[in-house]
Design a protein. Sequence first.
Length: 532
Amino acid sequence: MMRATWRGLPAKQHEVGWEPGLEVPGADGSLLRTDHYFPRTEGDFPTLLVRSPYGRGLPWSPLFGVLFAEQGFHVVLQSCRGTAGSGGRFDLWRNEAADGQATVSWLRQQPWFTGILGTIGPSYLGYVQWALALDPPPELKAMVVQVGLHDPHALFYEGGALRLETALAVGVGMTYQHQGLMPLMRATLRLQRGLRKITTARPLRGAHVPALGEVPWLDGVMTHPDADDPHWNGASVAEAAERSAVPTALVTGWHDALADQTFQQFARLRRSGCAASLLVGPWTHTSALQQGWPEVFAESLAWLRAHLCGDPSGLRPTPVRVHVGGENAWRDLDDWPPAATTADWFPAANGSLDRQAPVESGPLASFRYDPDDPTPSVGGPLLSRRAGAQDNGTLEARDDVLTFTSAPLTEAVDVLGPVSARLRIATDTGHADVFARLCEVDARGRSTNICDGLVRLRTTGQTPAEVTVPMSATAHHFAAGHRIRLQVSGGAHPRYARSPGTGETPVEATRLQPVHLTLHTGSALRLPQGTP
């Protein structure tokens, strides 16, 4: 079934054995339910550790247990404490380092363990790898972090705004996926049916309970927006990459909700002098392990064979491989981001976007953001099926969305690296969000989102404030005849919790205030342009 689903997987090398339901002592003595997959072949094989809060069945059993055991690895697939039969209570991020170390101690007692260990896994399964790497055991020789995080706060907040839809999606996954497919599907359906009611509730706090039940850690996330709040102490394991010596392969997608964290991980590993590779595909957080799995599996297997088995033959010659949108091709690079020249594109009052700054200063355009009819989110780095590149035509037809568009390009433009917008904005209430998005407009006039970002804005009177909106990064080829578009609005709901316009936190707000926003000259879309 797996090979029919994913064409291009390497041939099976070994039959696979399975020891289910092993009990491994956690750091506090809680028994962590663990399955062991292994090659049914005489000989010594390295071990892969996969720790998950999402259960040990689909998709983890076939993706990691079976496929990697077939290729000559022992695979230890373990449920985090408080999930899928493991003892203790699950507490987001707080126990992973200690339980990972306890599991390695158990491995040392197993007769089949050779002392050569790797780790692998996506999303939160990447977080547990970084947690173990805070104090890496000597046996740890390689890591493969796929669409993985190191900073939970940055998963849930961007630019001061709550990533509401992401928080709810993680709440469903963490609470129900380890219980099995049917409980997860029922909870997902309840959330989908009640999404509008939940995300527009006043106050927002507690509105998810009818769909998800009481989820204490989710309430903690929603009521502690400040990264410096003691609530988040110990949550980030970013320092693991700062001083890591464990060779690490990183995988993400341009529309992955954790792409920025992956780029940060790669930069830290490179600064520390650690061997690292980066693969960035045309994927979302979930499609990387679906449509993208043949590429992701091949990349992961080559890295593990090189660093656990001494076989570097499958490694590519450069540390970085990115998929370039617009030309649908892969490009090998020596580093990320590559060297590029930052080009400013300036919006004008007539709706154009040009390399020349406007001669006259003053307001460019205004719009009214009404939190009672919030600007909707379309595509982008979500955790749902609506993620990714989408047609923005209906969105851009709204009165609360500004667009500034270049003339048809006379020659191709390559954008490779971090994108941002420098915006000068005034508001009448002093409290607003500003959302900026880079789009490509093709020859037929279809506008498709490339990358974007949002920041919470505070202004004084009608004096414009200058704010930089980080818009993640991209590798995109704008063909001759296509146009570059900057999109500006006051939000993207329910991807982000709507700004109430009053200065109250979105989680506690009960009153909504429409806001008028005015974009001024001096604003610019900043693109890292390379040579096509």
